[in-house]
Design a protein around this ligand. Structure first.
Ligand code: SAM
Length: 233
């Protein structure tokens, strides 16, 4: 029987799963997360969703190797279409771009009830995920930022709360409302790097012909750079 060990990133994702729940891991690839969660007694049942046949077959293989076929259902399908409304307590979408996660949530709105916890781990563009959550009345209840193998990852945990709207500011959507408050070393590293990158873009824009469009861009980037640097103090 195969024993699953997870990366630091996926272990952190798993730490947010409500105990004794039924989860759907959308874009599960090898189904490592649901198998790990079952082997470690975190959950009761799982659905591993995959849109692509290769990863779907890998998921089936892992589940068989782990002898978990009665507890993990592998389903081939796009995004949230593999689950029905109210079928699970927790939906995990990890290891994709923020835009794709946003699209999966938007296209799967009718499969979402008000009871699930969403655990979302965008590799890039986490602001798109936060904007979607805020616009659709999901409240962010926790966040993490961590570094592994020279990559920085963000994890966003959301629930439908009684509060109608979280009303995140621009900078909270960009940097994360919890992450801004915590300001840990990884957060500082990520945003110092982003601000430096923005400065380089501004300097190279200054060297090109100063059309109105370029001047507007410079102004916009300067404003964003200042906003970010203010959070690093
Ligand atoms: N979730 C795992 C993780 O975090 O390590 C695997 C991430 S892997 C990089 C992304 C997976 O998402 C791929 O296996 C891909 O086939 C799947 N995927 C992409 N778009 C999807 C969609 N719309 N619905 C379901 N799965 C999708």
């Amino acid at each position: 029987m195969q024993n699953i060990n997870l990366s630091k990133r996926l272990k952190k994702v798993a730490s947010y799963i409500p105990r004794n729940s039924k989860i759907a891991d959308i874009g599960s690839d090898h189904a490592y997360l649901p198998c790990y969660a079952l082997q470690n007694g975190l959950i009761n049942e799982a659905i591993a969703g995959e849109v692509n046949e290769g990863p779907y077959l890998s998921a089936v293989h892992t589940v068989e190797e782990c002898q978990l076929s009665t507890l993990v259902q592998c389903r081939l399908g796009n995004g949230l279409s593999v689950i029905s409304k109210g079928e699970v307590d927790c939906i995990i979408i990890a290891g994709m771009g923020g835009e794709l996660i946003k699209q999966i949530l938007e296209n799967g709105k009718s499969q979402l009830s008000t009871k699930e916890r969403l655990i979302l781990q965008p590799n890039v563009a986490s602001d798109r995920v936060r904007t979607w959550l805020d616009t659709n009345d999901w409240s962010i209840i926790d966040e993490s930022i961590l570094e592994e193998d020279q990559h920085i990852y963000e994890i966003i945990v959301a629930e439908k709360s009684k509060e109608i709207h979280q009303n995140l500011s621009d900078i909270e959507r960009l940097m994360g409302p919890y992450l801004i408050k915590e300001k840990n070393d990884v957060f500082i590293k990520k945003w110092a790097h982003e601000a430096d990158k923005m400065r380089k873009i501004i300097e190279s824009l200054k060297e090109t012909t100063q059309t109105e469009n370029i001047l507007n861009k410079i102004e916009l980037f300067c404003e964003r750079e200042n906003q970010i640097r203010r959070q690093l103090k």
